[in-house]
Design a protein around this ligand. Structure first.
Ligand code: SAH
Ligand code: SF4
Ligand code: F3S
Length: 444
């Protein structure tokens, strides 16, 4: 067992977990293959948050079973949330599978892969104490380092499978996280993104998320700090104060709303009212100039009627998010809401979703148009995917920006003037002199 191909689905936490797995495998003398055809083992890191996510993986397993028919020694494994959700049942489900490993089993991955070469293996025990705090991830070559500060979730929103797939909430010790950030900066990373399902409920004894922001804001050489996803109910004044006062913390907050209707929020067990959420938005905007807000919204939750849906339309029009992730409700086995069945038809969910997509598209377009003529600070990531003559990076507000290549290296900041916009991208021109000396020395 030498070369492992890793394929990742789901949220940033899964991206970070794949980097963790890559680190574990490399320390065990294995290498990461760049294509499934070159690998001795294939490991898919999966998501279970919606049924569609699981179906995609089952489709992908079908493809790998054809590869395995040609290469009988190939080991195929499923890791992550879907593995935890379906556990050993997955082994019966997909005959191609040799290994099922949940989010708390990655420490033993090399051993599990070796065993799987001799017969099916399942490791899906959740571990209240596992944080992988001592393990060094193999970070992808980018200017951005994901740093998982908290694992699991204790909120049990009634639609959500995450508390079942990732187990109880636990935070990493603050000094370990500061060290991780310092190490990432020493390796050349310029931005860190703190990850946790309810990242602002982070706690280490007396210290909270505000303390984590303040402690890492002092790390020299680091340019930007972001975090995702905060829960509205955990957004304390201390945290708002830290976001506003810390120089490196970007003016950008992803604040999942889920629904604009109070009865639906109660049924979802989101623990805030629309009024409280609205008030929080006002406080954030007052404290953080130039704040960009994004959100997650679900349509067609059990019991959501036309009235409830209209409340969601109203608050979206009122808050005017920079962008929004919009989802059709998907009933997930194990969750509380699963027992309530579905009350909206697939067509109705589709209609509501289309309505919100059109609304958000218009708002995003208007907000991006408002950037035209203004100067934005871009942290350059590299050549633009569509046109390598252009450079790509993110603004402070996490907006994608492309501008004519002027030799600014990845990891450098560049001021640009926005000259055009689409709902998804700002188009810009460099202003003033380039500052190549601020670029990356080396990427890990
Ligand atoms: N911890 C994060 C969310 C993680 S899941 C938070 O609470 O903000 C990302 C998003 O997927 C959620 O915000 C929600 O909008 C969506 N989601 C979760 N479960 C879902 C389901 N059963 N059906 C549809 N969307 C869902
Ligand atoms: Fe899921 Fe709610 Fe936890 Fe987010 S806070 S992961 S939506 S249970
Ligand atoms: Fe993330 Fe999906 Fe798991 S959203 S936590 S990978 S269920």
């Amino acid at each position: 067992m030498k070369r492992v191909f890793l394929e990742t689905y789901g949220c940033q936490m899964n991206e970070a977990d794949s980097e963790l797995m890559a680190g574990v495998l490399e320390r065990a003398g294995m290498s990461i293959a760049s294509a499934p055809e070159d690998a001795d083992a294939i490991l898919i890191n999966t998501c279970a948050v919606r049924e569609h996510a699981e179906q995609r993986v089952l489709g992908r397993l079908g493809e790998f079973s054809r590869l395995k028919a040609r290469r009988p020694g190939l080991v195929v494994g499923v890791a992550g949330c879907m593995a935890q959700h379906l556990r050993a049942r997955l082994l019966d489900h997909a005959s191609v599978l040799d290994l099922v490993v949940g989010p708390d089993g990655y420490r033993n991955l090399p051993e599990l892969l070796r065993r799987a070469a001799h017969g099916p293996v399942a490791h899906t025990r959740l571990d209240r104490d596992e944080t992988y705090g001592d393990l060094e991830p193999r970070r992808g070559s980018s200017v951005r380092a994901w740093v998982t500060v908290q694992r699991g979730c204790d909120k049990f929103c009634t639609y959500c499978v995450v508390p079942y797939t990732r187990g109880r909430e636990r935070s990493l010790p603050l000094p370990d996280l500061v060290r991780q950030v310092e190490r990432a900066v020493a390796q050349g990373f310029k931005e860190v993104v703190f990850l946790g399902q309810t990242v602002n409920s982070y706690t280490d004894g007396e210290r909270d998320f505000a303390d984590l922001l303040r402690a890492t804001d002092r790390v020299e050489g680091l340019l930007r700090i972001r975090f995702t996803s905060p829960h509205p109910s955990d957004m304390s004044e201390r945290v708002i104060g830290a976001i506003s006062e810390c120089e490196k913390v970007c003016p950008q907050v992803h604040l999942p709303l889920q629904s604009g209707s109070d009865p639906v929020l109660v049924a979802m067990r989101r623990t805030y009212t629309v009024g409280e959420y609205r008030n929080l938005v006002d406080r954030l905007r007052a404290a953080i100039p130039g704040l960009a807000l994004t959100t997650d919204i679900i349509v067609g939750f059990p019991g959501e009627g036309e009235e409830d849906f209209q409340r969601t339309v109203e608050i979206m029009s009122e808050v005017r998010y920079d962008s929004a992730f919009l989802f059709k409700y998907s009933a997930r086995p194990d969750t509380r809401a699963y027992r309530w069945g579905e009350t909206a038809t697939e067509e109705e969910k589709g209609r509501r979703l289309e309505h919100l997509i059109a609304l958000q598209q218009a708002i995003s377009g208007q907000l991006n148009d408002a950037w035209i003529g203004r100067v934005a600070e871009v942290l350059v990531e590299g050549p633009a995917r569509r046109d390598p003559g252009q450079l790509f990076g993110k603004s402070l507000q996490f907006k994608s920006v492309v501008f004519a290549g002027d030799g600014t290296p990845p990891g450098a900041l560049r001021n640009v003037r926005v000259v055009g916009a689409t709902p998804h991208t700002l188009i810009a021109e460099p202003v003033g002199a380039a500052r190549p000396e601020a670029g990356l020395v080396q990427i890990a």
